[in-house]
Design a protein around this ligand. Sequence first.
Ligand code: PRT
Length: 113
Amino acid sequence: MTSNDTLERLAQVIESRKGADPDASYVARLFHKGLDAILKKVGEEATETVMAAKDGDPKKIVYEVADLWFHSMVALAAFDLRPADVLAELERREGLSGLQEFAQRSQRKEGAQ
Ligand SMILES: N=c1c2ncn([C@@H]3O[C@H](COP(=O)(O)OP(=O)(O)OP(=O)(O)O)[C@@H](O)[C@H]3O)c2ncn1[C@@H]1O[C@H](COP(=O)(O)O)[C@@H](O)[C@H]1O
């Protein structure tokens, strides 16, 4: 079993919660509350990840990043996007140095001016 399978399985569960009973499911409740509530959770979990990293406790960091990934996946689902879309973008970037990509972006900006 690969980690891609885990993400895809979770994405399917998240998708199945659209329109489900908000009293029976946390994800259904988030969808029911709407995009602002979902994005608020993403922001909170990002902050909690930073705090865990500042504490330097590896277990806490993994726990908070799991919360962040999970809520980010709910946000993706709100836009009918899937983990495969993000993985495809990461694959596209594979082997392209961040510095190289930044230089290309700067050149494009200069060309546009
Ligand atoms: N991976 C998760 C997952 N990660 C975190 N959470 C929930 O996210 C909620 C918010 O987390 P917070 O850190 O904000 O905790 P909190 O309870 O608000 O409390 P504080 O941290 O503020 O003190 C908690 O209730 C967690 O249980 C999750 N809820 C669901 N899933 C997955 O989603 C599936 C569907 O869940 P349901 O829709 O509830 O059936 C589950 O089977 C899981 O696989």
